[in-house]
Design a protein around this ligand. Structure first.
Ligand SMILES: [Ca+2]
Length: 121
């Protein structure tokens, strides 16, 4: 967790410190979300591989595989859908969401940041 601290080291907790810690918290949550989505995609890939190996192993009889054929088709489609959606959404989000670099450079440009005195809380 991110706590509010004097991030710009000017000796007081101001509006800017709050904004920065808000932003750090947002980044942390975004990273957590991305981690869990990546984990889900990996589980989907690994489950497809494990299921395929299991189906070809002698532990499962041919009749059982034949009986489950329809269900297995749906299983593969669903798992591949999870992986495909993960890749698509990741690519889309990297284009649409603002990156830390773009935000920092926007905040650092003199046009957007007034040089007013930081209000104290
Ligand atoms: Ca400060």
């Amino acid at each position: 967790m991110v706590s509010v601290v004097d991030l710009d080291n000017d000796g007081k907790i101001g509006k800017r410190d709050l904004e920065q810690s808000d932003y750090l918290l947002e980044l942390e949550l975004r990273e957590e979300k991305a981690d869990s989505q990546r984990r889900m995609a990996w589980v989907a890939i690994v489950s497809m591989i494990v299921f395929t190996v299991l189906l070809f192993s002698p532990m499962i009889s041919d009749s059982r595989v034949a009986a489950l054929a329809d269900l297995l088709g749906l299983f593969y489609i669903a798992q591949a859908g999870v992986v495909g959606a993960y890749m698509g959404v990741t690519a889309w989000m990297s284009k649409t969401t603002s990156t830390p670099i773009s935000r920092i450079s926007a905040a650092a440009s003199p046009k957007t940041v007034p040089t007013a005195k930081e209000p104290e809380l």
